[in-house]
Ligand binder design. Structure first.
Ligand code: NAP
Length: 220
């Protein structure tokens, strides 16, 4: 009887140890997933194939709108973006640049950088002249942009950025967004565009990611 009791206690100990190990394994894999996704509730971003998907989508698009934001200025990616636009045009893609008047950190910030890089003026459009073209645009490529494409500015009357000029990039058929991670914009508020159904996140420094796009498109 005593022997059976001892055996039962050992079995109970072993069972408990097994449960603890399984629990720890579950916790570990959950934490790994959270780290990969960035935050609970965000959709998973399959980082590896996004750049090549973006390259394919852009090379086969009829028209593309590129939206530069403050991150383009930080990365000094304007020359690479100009190069990308030329390569796409050579493939017969119609490329336009959309400028939000509050993009960057000073009036005209994006215009100055694009002009410095040699982007022709006739493919650069102010918000009021391009916003209605997003719904018929195959790909919107957002580079280091956040607040200027936040739908809360248009749709959420309780948002602190409600009413600021907003580019309707979320209405494009496909949206690719290049930024380094989950960093907030100037306003510090969440941007639901980043988890939209037609949105793919392409994480990395703007200059490096655009360079990868150029290489991928050239190799197609
Ligand atoms: P933003 O809201 O400041 O967002 C810029 C984004 O760029 C960040 O979310 C950041 O995300 C990303 N980023 C930073 N470094 C990067 C890099 N090296 N490569 C790729 N991405 C990078 O910029 P915005 O959309 O242009 O909006 C401008 C904001 O500034 C507005 O809120 C506007 O009201 C305000 N503002 C404008 C002026 C003006 O006169 N234009 C003046 C003052 C304030 P990650 O960290 O994840 O990369």
């Amino acid at each position: 009887m005593a022997f059976n009791m001892e055996l039962l206690i050992w079995i109970a100990y072993l069972g408990a140890a097994l449960l603890v190990i399984l629990g720890l394994k579950f916790l570990h894999s959950t934490m790994a997933e959270v780290r990969e996704i960035g935050a609970p509730g965000k959709k998973k971003d399959d980082a590896a194939p996004v750049a090549s998907d973006a390259a394919n989508a852009m090379a086969t698009a009829e028209n593309i709108i590129i939206v530069p934001g403050y991150g383009m200025a930080i990365a000094q990616a304007q020359h690479k973006i100009c190069e990308l636009s030329k390569i796409l045009q050579e493939k017969g893609v119609r490329v336009s640049f959309a400028i939000n008047p509050v993009a960057g950190r000073m009036p005209g910030h994006m215009d100055i950088l694009l002009a410095e890089a040699g982007v022709p003026y006739d493919i650069i459009f102010d918000l009021e002249n391009i916003n209605d073209q997003f719904p018929t645009c195959d790909v919107a490529l957002l580079i280091g942009a956040n607040d200027i494409v936040n739908p809360a500015a248009r749709d959420d009357t309780s948002s602190p950025i409600y009413g600021i000029p907003m580019l309707d990039a979320d209405k494009a058929r496909q949206v690719f967004i290049i930024k380094r991670g989950q960093g907030a914009g100037f306003s510090g508020i969440e941007n639901l565009l980043f988890s939209g159904d037609n949105t793919r996140m392409c994480y990395g420094d703007a200059k490096d990611e655009v360079q990868k796009l150029i290489m991928d498109i050239k190799s197609l």
